[in-house]
Design a protein around this ligand. Structure first.
Ligand SMILES: Cc1ncc(COP(=O)(O)O)c(C=O)c1O
Length: 435
């Protein structure tokens, strides 16, 4: 039995979700289709199947509420450390002297240190089953690239990663992880693609962006018959795979007999946030619950949901993707080189965008200095060093806990601890002036 005073709520192996939850089944309004940029007509599934593993495309377009997780993948999830524990941030509560109760879901415990393997392993598994021998992808901070490198190694296929140049330089250890796991890793823009070469010709020191790295990875997949492209965020099937997080969270909160007042997650493309919050949001959409309030947190340097426009835009910078209806800062927006590389994306997942537009999701943005201060307070309190991306969620949780203190309310605040920051220490050093 668990109770609210426990510091850790653990599920048994047989309590791990056996299905992914598809929020499209519960969104009342129509999901805006992906459009062919030339004709503005919806893209047919077959066109997407040329680029992505076929099973992923089927899931992308599915309206089934639940999709079964194959047994082999469940075994991979066990290996990744699932079900992941829910922790209570008791020391942080004490430091803040707040009546609020703060929980965080540990998605930093996978072999590569973040939530990203939850979908990477599924994508690699389906690709290998379909006879694909190489997966190409982009990565920002390197978390997604490491997750895919790990997953390709587990299923025995090749992995090629285009890593945003400023992160490639800021976080050298992540590229070593990918290389140790057998992946080819290139700083993007790179000389490996026509698009990369065209950008380097204009600016040899181009810092890169996720949008550019996506363009390069797509170009590689389009030009090589043995290669398919995979994405670590944004698309429906990616968010779907992450819903193991939120389903576990519901089981853990049920053990405590609590319903969160707030769910908080950082948003780059939106996969950890969606995976964490969609199962509860589904209950709200079905009219079974009226809370929690769901808060997406972004950097001030790249506030797609907070400051962007809700419209059709390209998912990448070279304009090679279908048009996606989403909150966007414009596909040619190149964010400053902040340390939260995984949040430097000009858009946001179309499902999150739709739910934000309909008022089911709120968003807020924090500046870089503040998120590192929050990360330090969290580390001093709980003994864990969060990823800069994750620290955005921590900042919002701290602010809500302070508000609860002012109003003397016992709010239940839960955030997703999307990854550890043990390979982000250079960011801590430079922003917190540690030397
Ligand atoms: C630790 C961590 N959190 C969050 C993100 C943001 O991605 P998403 O919005 O898809 O969860 C990343 C992306 O690299 C990440 O590494």
């Amino acid at each position: 039995m668990s109770n609210v005073n426990d510091v850790k709520v653990q599920l048994e192996l047989d309590e791990m979700p056996k299905k992914w939850y598809n929020i499209l089944a519960d969104i009342k309004s129509e999901f805006p289709p992906y459009l062919n940029p030339a004709t503005k007509e919806p893209i047919p599934a077959e066109a997407l199947m040329g680029l992505f593993p076929k099973e992923c495309v089927k899931q992308e377009l599915s309206e089934e509420r639940y999709i079964s997780i194959p047994d082999e993948l469940l075994e991979h999830y066990y290996r990744l450390g699932r079900p992941s524990p829910l922790y209570r941030a008791k020391h942080l509560e004490q430091k803040l002297n707040t009546p609020a109760i703060i929980f965080f879901k540990r998605e930093d415990l996978s072999p590569t240190g973040s939530h990203k393997p939850n979908t990477a392993i599924a994508q690699a598994y389906y690709a290998a089953k379909e006879g694909v021998t190489n997966l190409s992808t982009e990565t920002g901070a390197g978390q997604w690239g490491s997750a895919l490198a790990y997953s390709c190694a587990m299923v025995g296929i090749k992995c090629t990663v285009f890593m945003v140049r400023c992160s490639y330089d800021q976080k050298p250890y992540r590229k070593y992880i990918m290389k140790i796991l057998g992946a080819d890793v290139y700083a993007s823009p790179s000389d490996k693609t026509e698009y990369g070469r065209s950008l380097l010709a204009k600016d040899p020191n181009h810092p890169g962006s996720l949008g550019i790295a996506i363009s390069e990875a797509i170009e590689m997949a389009v030009k090589n018959a043995d290669t398919k492209y995979t994405l670590g965020s944004v698309l429906n099937y990616v968010l779907l795979h992450q819903t193991v997080i939120g389903q576990e969270l519901i089981a853990q909160m049920n053990k405590l007999d609590l319903i969160p007042d707030y769910l908080i997650g950082c948003v780059g493309g939106g996969s950890n946030f969606a995976g964490f919050s969609f199962p509860y949001l589904g209950q709200i959409l079905r009219g079974e619950l009226s809370s929690p309030e769901v808060l997406a947190v972004e950097p001030v340097a790249c506030p797609s949901l907070t400051k962007g426009e809700y419209r059709y835009d390209f998912g990448d910078t070279a304009k090679t993707t279908p048009l996606i209806k989403m909150y966007t800062l414009g596909c040619d927006f190149i964010p400053p080189s902040i340390h939260a590389g995984g949040l430097r994306y000009h858009g946001a997942a179309p499902t999150i965008s739709l739910l934000k537009n309909e008022g089911f999701i709120k968003s807020v943005a924090y500046p870089q200095e503040q998120i590192f201060q929050c990360a330090k307070l969290f580390a001093e309190s709980e003994g864990l060093i969060p990823a800069p991306e994750t620290s955005h969620a921590i900042c919002a949780a701290i602010d809500l806990a302070k508000e609860a203190k002012k109003k003397n309310e016992r709010k239940v605040i839960v955030f997703n601890y999307s990854g550890h920051g043990l390979l982000d220490l250079e960011g801590y050093r430079s922003i917190l002036k540690l030397d």
